[in-house]
Write a protein that binds this ligand. Structure first.
Ligand SMILES: Cc1ncc(COP(=O)(O)O)c(CNCCCC(=O)O)c1O
Length: 459
């Protein structure tokens, strides 16, 4: 899809100031000796259910670089799964959070409120898609935002059913586990799972070859024939699917679904937890597709690394809850809210939407060049600083497109040993995703891609 919104804009107002040299540096084996020692301590006291992609223990981080306890420096193409979007330890976030820590750390907004929560809700009303009256509830995690978005939609419609798309990911709570596409590792053995959740066909152009209208017709047929609009409270959709593998829906797909939802009294919810907050070169990925959702879920990058999440949307829907029906002890914590205000201000001050589009162009060009050389790269896709490559078995990218998870594992491990942290994704584990912070330089991207080129050559 051509991103017609992808128009170069004036350069950023102020270049980032880094406290750690933005370069890759390997000084020990990976993991190094102190990481190995820490891993042994961890194995004695941390649940085996908590795994780590790379057992390298991080001591410092800044911009797009991680520094481990042995002095190795990694190019971070993961940003903690799209959280440190404006950069690790971004100066204005650190200052705002530090100041708030010295004033008041916690009062519980539902007991005695404070301005920072209100300011975040004002910023969300301003920057989420749609020019209608909007309201917000703040919570702590993405899954909690999904849970509350569904609660609110059920209350507003008086209906129970929840529809999600194939390849979706929405969290690790009981309801969100039921909403996920993959049971392993997220839900296996943790059931019984919540009922009234239905999985509808999605738009996956690389595999289904459908245009937006035809893909939407297929999804809507499922919603009408399998569920029935009369009991459907909400349809929850990631505009660009995250854990599922960065699938970019065909043009017109999302707006066609929104039209059907509006005509049938169904609340359509954009799960922008991974794709939102300037990740794609737009505040919200929904904008790329001209989609104005009824509710928008925000988390991950909103508070620069501190835990904060939000449900934002049409005031009449958000006000359907009875007073006291929404809340929680830490939801909208003052320190996280102060950090979030700083994040919004940094996006504007430093022109980070433009930076996201720059990063998208740089990554896409570099990965398309690799695709021209290596036929295991089936597709390069995404927007802004949310780009992925889907890997397939040799000789199949134009035909059966057989997933190649082994190649993904090889590339990720090869890169990690040389100081490049890459995350995998995809229902079949055959996607490499790039989620760098918007502070990453073109030089650092080029260095990281040179390592990845070596990794493909060594396949
Ligand atoms: C679209 C989308 N919705 C919801 C969530 C859930 O957000 P939480 O903050 O992890 O609860 C995510 C979190 N994705 C990363 C999960 C990492 C892991 O748990 O191992 C997402 O991407």
């Amino acid at each position: 899809m051509t991103d017609t919104l992808n128009s170069p804009a004036p350069s950023i107002a102020s270049a980032p100031v880094y406290t750690i040299a933005q370069q890759r540096k390997i000084v020990t084996s990976i993991p190094g000796p102190r990481s190995v020692e820490l891993q042994q301590r961890r194995n004695a006291v941390v649940s085996g259910g908590v795994s780590s992609v790379l057992p390298v223990y991080i001591e410092k981080a800044n911009g797009a670089v991680l520094v481990d306890v042995d002095g190795n420096q990694f190019i971070d193409f993961g940003a903690g799964i799209g959280v440190t979007t404006i950069g690790h330890t971004e100066a204005s976030v650190v200052a705002a959070a530090t100041g708030q820590l010295q004033d008041v750390i916690h009062t519980l907004f539902t007991i005695t409120p404070y301005e920072a929560y209100v300011r975040v809700a004002e910023l969300l009303a301003e920057h989420t898609p749609g020019d209608f009256a909007k309201k917000t509830v703040l919570v702590n995690s993405g899954a909690e935002a999904v849970e509350n978005g569904v609660k609110i939609a059920r209350k507003y419609t008086g209906r129970r059913a929840v529809a999600v798309l194939d390849h979706a990911y929405h969290g690790r709570t009981n309801l969100t586990m039921a909403m996920n596409y993959k049971a392993m590792p997220y839900a296996a053995g943790f059931g019984p799972l919540a009922g009234d959740v239905y999985h509808a066909p999605s738009s996956y152009p690389y595999h289904d070859g459908l245009n937006g209208a035809d893909a939407a017709t297929r999804t809507i047929a499922y919603l009408e024939k399998v569920i029935g609009a009369s009991d459907l409270a909400c349809l929850v959709v990631e505009p660009i699917q995250g854990e599922g593998g960065f699938m970019v829906p065909a043009d017109g797909y999302l707006t066609a679904l929104q039209e059907w939802c509006t005509a049938n009294g169904v609340v359509m919810i954009a799960d922008e937890i991974q794709s939102g907050m300037a990740r794609t070169g737009h505040y919200y990925a929904s904008e790329i597709f001209g989609w104005v959702p009824d509710l928008v879920l925000t988390a991950k990058g909103i508070a620069g690394g501190l835990p904060l999440a939000a449900v934002t949307g049409r005031a009449e829907i958000m006000d359907s809850s009875q007073p006291g029906g929404l809340g929680g002890t830490f939801g909208g914590n003052p320190v996280a809210c102060a950090a979030a205000v700083a994040v919004f201000e940094s996006i504007e001050r430093n022109g980070l939407l433009t930076e996201g589009r720059r990063i998208g162009r740089t990554l896409t060009a570099g990965l398309e060049a690799l695709k021209a050389t290596y036929d295991v790269i089936g597709e390069v896709r995404g927007h802004g600083a949310m780009i992925a490559i889907e890997l397939v078995q040799p000789g199949t990218r134009g035909t059966t497109k057989v997933p190649n998870a082994a190649a993904v594992t090889h590339i990720a491990n090869f890169a990690a040993e040389r100081g490049v942290l890459l995350l995998t994704a995809g229902t079949y584990g055959n996607v490499l995703r790039f989620l760098p912070s918007l502070a990453v330089t073109d030089e650092l991207i080029a260095d990281g891609l040179s390592v990845i080129d070596e990794a493909f050559a060594a396949l």
